[in-house]
Design a protein around this ligand. Sequence first.
Ligand code: ADP
Ligand code: MG
Length: 140
Amino acid sequence: MAVTRTFSIIKPDATRRNLTGKINAMLEDAGLRIVAQKRIHMTADQAGKFYEVHKERPFYQDLIKFMTSGPVVVQVLEGEDAVKTNRDVMGATNPADAAEGTIRKAFAENIEANSVHGSDSDENAAIEIAFFFSGTEIVG
Ligand code: ADP
Ligand code: MG
């Protein structure tokens, strides 16, 4: 396995409950290194573009509303097989299905307000990282 990068978001439900540090500790304990991080308030335009793959899904408009309802923390994570390592520590999309020890099991409120985003492939990780970060903002 190689050291790779993935893109992560700490979502508005988590920033609202002041969980950034606790979530970062779980990411670091899972072997991931936060090599870039910033707190932003996404615009509807940004959220709409970011989640464009879901635009035909019934929850798309609600998801944009949720993702723009408060600040988020966007991050680049680095580690062994970072996409999978992060997906494993995130847990299942629906917290009702998330395994013990995962971020979503610990903190997610429901299937929408599920505390974290993580890229689902190396290809999408590269696209998502470039959407929010310039090269000079990432310090490995
Ligand atoms: P994941 O974030 O685990 O990769 P998806 O890519 O399928 O999950 O969905 C993106 C996000 O859309 C989810 O994290 C969640 O916030 C929201 N979402 C997914 N499915 C639903 C649903 N059935 N109802 C409401 N929101 C949903
Ligand atoms: Mg996804």
